[in-house]
Design a protein around this ligand. Sequence first.
Ligand SMILES: O=P(O)(O)OC[C@H]1O[C@](O)(COP(=O)(O)O)[C@@H](O)[C@@H]1O
Length: 252
Amino acid sequence: MDAMRYRLSSVNFNGTVVIGEGEKDKAPMLFNGEVVGDGTGPNLDIAVDPIDGTRLTALGMNNALSVIAVADGGSMFDPSAVFYMEKLVTGPEAADFVDLRLPVKQNLHLVAKAKGKKINELTVCVLDRPRHAKLIEEIRACGARTRIILDGDVAGAIAACREGTGVDVMLGTGGTPKVLLLPALLKPPGALSRAAWHPPMTPSVRRRSPLGTTLTGSSPLMIWSPAITVSSPQPVLPTASCCAVYGTARTL
Ligand SMILES: O=P(O)(O)OC[C@H]1O[C@](O)(COP(=O)(O)O)[C@@H](O)[C@@H]1O
């Protein structure tokens, strides 16, 4: 985080961290609303996750990622009032068929059909958390395999969208900032990241972010695409730069 912040402070721009480490992790830097850059140049919005998979990095394990996305100032959606989101991520073949509001079994059938596989040939990536015990049971009861990951659902989501990773879908609840960085990272185009506030909010619930954005239960069920995360026509970095970190954090 120090390294990313140091680098950002040397770049000619006037940036605001819209999607940052967030209050969930009580991170001291690169928090939502923090001003970064050297104060000259264009106004830009920044989304950062200096390390998604802090524990993985500390343990010398794979799949921690360092992620940054940049867009025109004022164009990035601010989700930071809600810490967790329920996520469904899959590749382009199945993206148009699934729906987060459907039961797990139905979504897995839809993915299997779209990919021309049997359901017992699917692998579903899920974070290893007690809250996912029922989800994991449901997936296994359908006959699908699970790939349980200790941390790092950004890497899990990317795997779910890519050919040849052995992962077909990612399901479960994880950090909000991570899901919002995904549209910038997902390749190929058409891959799908959907997320809903967790726990679900009723219309009367209102949560206010450090940047002053108010989210309510009637805020849309998120069907993320770059256009939703970033409202400007052309993000400055249409795909976020992203470097895999194997064991040790590297700076961007
Ligand atoms: O650990 P929690 O609170 O269940 O949060 C889940 C989140 O934690 C992570 O596994 C790791 O995130 P950090 O490295 O920022 O701690 C994310 O990939 C995931 O979205």
